[in-house]
Design a protein around this ligand. Structure first.
Ligand SMILES: NC(=O)c1ccc[n+]([C@@H]2O[C@H](COP(=O)([O-])OP(=O)(O)OC[C@H]3O[C@@H](n4cnc5c(N)ncnc54)[C@H](O)[C@@H]3O)[C@@H](O)[C@H]2O)c1
Length: 314
């Protein structure tokens, strides 16, 4: 193809399956842990109350990317999407532009993948039930990743019709109640983080929760007291202790860096994840640029097989 390829959301989804995304994100956490993939801190450009923009760069596997993405929570009321953005992909050696990709699809694939990767890595071995609470754009991606990995999935959403639609389209089951979804062995939460899902004392021995929704200041899906009761894992300490669930505990001085294990260290076999079937584990995700890079690398491999791509020249 001449020109720089443009991958729409549909192209990204055609290039990378949810199952492949889980494996790609696993490799990304490992490469980042080894120091091979690097990720400067994400920068926020705020324009509240309308929303904010995030610039998320990363370098690895021969590519440099920048994800430029927005979160405008009031946009759906205006008939506009919450998330708008692009991933710009450059050759790391020559700086030539290699592709441009729609950011929402990249984000959803990597978010669902990280949620399920953490659940499988940190959940108990004989986990029998899996649930996703909040099945909007990114929660649905978590359902797809669970299904791709062979799990039967319960779904629950504050909006009943969304839960029903997600169950039908994705091959999941609507949970009989919110409480039953939250009591699954492996729980993934992907809500806006405006109301707590877990109060103190609500988690049962042996449960794992991947907390995906509270990815920025002022959001929470679990009470700090309940979070402190669990064995703590995160995607990246720097990000999670400033903008994730862990920020509430870190700011109060209730936890230190040594209380929290990054997922990459567990995947690399340097730290044991779950140590007993009764332990409660939590994974605080804020979403990393290296996860986006994982999806980009997987999509770039598939580029020659994708038909009908648009392109542009500068
Ligand atoms: N950690 C990450 O990597 C990552 C990545 C993307 C998005 N997010 C965060 O995840 C959250 C969801 O993002 P999205 O794009 O899927 O949003 P969305 O608006 O598409 O979906 C949110 C869903 O949660 C449901 N919901 C709202 N309150 C609920 C509650 N109390 N209980 C159950 N369901 C509830 C809504 O009905 C909706 O279906 C946001 O806070 C977003 O910032 C995190």
């Amino acid at each position: 193809m001449s020109g720089i390829p443009v991958l729409t959301a549909r192209d990204v989804e055609a290039a990378v399956s949810p199952g492949e995304a889980v494996e790609a994100v696993r490799e990304a956490f490992l490469a980042h842990h080894r120091g091979e993939w690097v990720m400067p801190p994400k920068a926020y450009v705020t324009n509240y109350p309308a929303g904010d923009f995030r610039a998320m760069p990363a370098l690895g596997a021969g590519y440099t990317i920048l994800k430029w993405v927005s979160s405008f929570p009031g946009n759906p009321e205006r008939g506009l999407p919450t998330v708008n953005g692009l991933v710009v992909v450059s050759d790391a050696e020559t700086a030539e532009l290699r592709a441009v990709m729609e950011a929402g699809a990249v984000t959803a694939l990597r978010t669902g993948a990280a949620a399920v990767l953490a659940a499988e890595t940190l959940g108990k071995r004989d986990a029998a039930t899996a649930a996703v609470v909040g099945v909007g754009v990114n929660g649905r991606a978590a359902v797809r990743a669970f299904v791709a990995r062979g799990h039967q999935v319960l779904v629950w959403d504050a909006d009943e019709s969304r839960a029903a639609a997600a169950a039908e389209e994705l091959g999941a089951i609507v949970a009989p109640s919110r409480a039953e979804a939250l009591a699954a062995d492996l729980v993934v939460t992907v809500t806006p983080g405006h109301t707590l899902l877990f109060d103190e004392g609500s988690l049962r021995p042996g449960q794992h929760v991947s907390l995906m929704g509270a990815d920025g200041p002022g959001k929470a899906e679990i009470s700090p007291a309940e979070l402190r009761r669990t064995r703590l894992f995160c995607d990246d300490w720097e990000q999670a202790s400033h903008g994730g669930e862990l920020a509430h505990l870190a700011e109060a001085g209730a936890i230190a860096r040594s209380d929290v294990t990054e997922l990459g260290a567990v995947l690399a076999g340097e730290v044991i994840g779950r140590v007993s079937a009764d332990e409660i584990t939590t994974f605080d995700s804020t979403g990393l640029a290296i996860q986006d890079l994982a999806i980009v690398v997987a999509a770039m491999r598939r580029l020659p097989e994708l038909s009908g791509l648009q392109s542009f020249s500068l």
